[in-house]
Design a protein. Structure first.
Length: 448
């Protein structure tokens, strides 16, 4: 995918570098753009670049999920890297390079989506049909919604930039919007994307069901239980998606019915995640390890069931040690996908929404569908509180080593109790110092 990055991406990167080398630093929300997307072919190449921007090491490729799972109780920093230890110890510096590259990578996706949306509305190519334009616009809206959804979960309110940015102007120095405003924009984008996108099942390309799945997650975060139940149900009831068996299948195969949206890699465009988790004997660096608590849970047949395959063992200085085995490859063959949306999440979203709506038996049925796939016994929670706790526990196991656990504990108000975080300010990450210096209208999160 990276080899198909359009000239749009190259111009953006060169423009940003030039602005930083001369005069003054340019806020990343103002990314230079000089290429006119004047034809269908150029817009399609720009779309390839937008998907590739999700794939980069600074975003889904490793660094952003790494910051998220180091903040939960499933992963610890096995290496001596000071940046990893900041997240592991809830002592993140605003000057953290990780924060800077995450922020910039997400705005890179947003600006590329903005340019595509702008071009689709103005290009006069006579062979470019309305259906094709709607499809590309819908994909851009989905990507922008995903990036803003990840940003608001990470930092709280962030600046909403909804048009292409080019050069310095007063418009470049935008203020932060509130979290509610960002979430509202994500919903607006997904509503429009759902209307424009076709019904297709391409697990690396956004379609109507992809937008609906992200809407289900969005409604869960916004506590709109009825719509969370509704949209998760749309995916569950679709013939195109299913809980694949055995559990390990979606780890070893690409584009299974489990996957709603995944980011593809290949031996040329490699996924760095496996290399960080696997030991040297398997081609990795063992930068990150699974905590003893999650290892014990996953290896318990009554809790983890077949999900025990997500941890493996190796010899470390004569001691049997556990490593994460969800991402199976490192080095030149490292082409494991990153799962952004999958079917199991829809079942657990609907289970949680039904619990909140008082539909205990129906919620338990969804929970048990996921448990059955993992070959663990069904449960029969009697109360809403019991069912919600069971769902929280199940999400921890099902999505171990995927970037969910930290955000689950934050959104449910359980981070303080579970992770022993005593300062509420630590529930969002610091805005990068470099961005605040570049944009005088940008404010820092309290406590950093």
């Amino acid at each position: 995918m990276k080899k198909q990055i359009s000239l749009l991406t190259i111009m953006t990167l060169l423009g940003t570098t030039a602005c930083q080398d001369f005069l003054t630093e340019n806020p990343v929300t103002n990314i230079g753009q000089n290429l006119a997307l004047s034809s269908e072919d150029r817009i399609r190449r720009a779309m390839n670049g937008a998907y590739s921007a999700l794939q980069v090491n600074e975003y889904y490729g490793f660094e952003w999920p790494n910051a998220v799972w180091l903040s939960d109780d499933n992963v610890f920093a096995a290496g001596a890297g000071t940046t990893d230890l900041q997240f592991d110890n809830y002592d993140i510096l605003a000057s953290s390079n990780t924060m800077e590259i995450n922020w910039r990578a997400m705005y890179q996706v947003i600006n590329q989506a903005n340019n595509i949306l702008d071009a689709v509305g103005t290009v006069g190519d006579p062979g470019f049909t309305t259906e094709e334009k709607n499809d590309l616009a819908g994909q851009a809206l989905f990507l922008r919604a995903l990036a803003y959804f990840d940003m608001v979960r990470t930092w709280g309110g962030v600046p909403l930039v909804l048009t292409p940015t080019a050069g310095f102007s007063d418009a470049a120095f935008v203020k932060r919007n509130s979290p509610d405003e960002v979430y509202a924009q994500v919903q607006k984008d997904l509503d429009e994307a759902e209307q424009k996108l076709p019904e297709r099942t391409d697990r690396t390309l956004a379609g109507k069901k992809t937008a609906q799945a992200l809407k289900a997650r969005l409604f869960l975060y916004r506590k709109d239980w009825a719509n969370a139940e509704k949209f998760a149900g749309m995916i569950i009831e679709s013939k195109d998606y299913a809980l694949v068996t055995p559990y390990e299948r979606f780890l070893t195969e690409k584009n299974t019915p489990e996957s709603i949206f995944e980011i593809a890699y290949n031996p040329v465009d490699q996924n760095a995640t496996g290399g960080a988790f696997l030991p040297q004997s398997k081609g990795g660096s063992y930068r990150l390890g699974p905590t003893k608590e999650i290892v014990d849970l996953l290896r318990d047949p009554a809790k983890g069931g077949t999900r025990s395959v997500t941890v493996g063992t190796f010899n470390l200085n004569g001691t049997t040690t556990y490593h994460v085995n969800k991402y199976r490859q490192a080095g030149s063959t490292n082409d494991s996908p990153i799962w952004v949306l999958r079917t199991a999440e829809m079942y657990l979203i609907r289970a949680e929404a039904r619990a909140q709506l008082g539909k205990i038996q129906e919620g338990a049925a969804d929970l048990n569908a996921v448990r059955q796939r993992a070959q663990v016994a069904a449960v029969s929670p009697a109360t809403k509180e019991d069912l919600l706790q069971r769902i929280e526990d199940e999400r921890r196991l099902e999505f171990a080593f995927e970037p969910h656990r930290w955000f689950d504990l934050v959104r449910t108000g359980r981070a303080g109790t579970v992770l022993k975080i005593t300062t509420a300010n630590k529930l969002v990450f610091p805005v990068p110092t470099s961005e605040i210096r570049a944009n005088p209208n940008l404010t820092q999160n309290t406590g950093y």
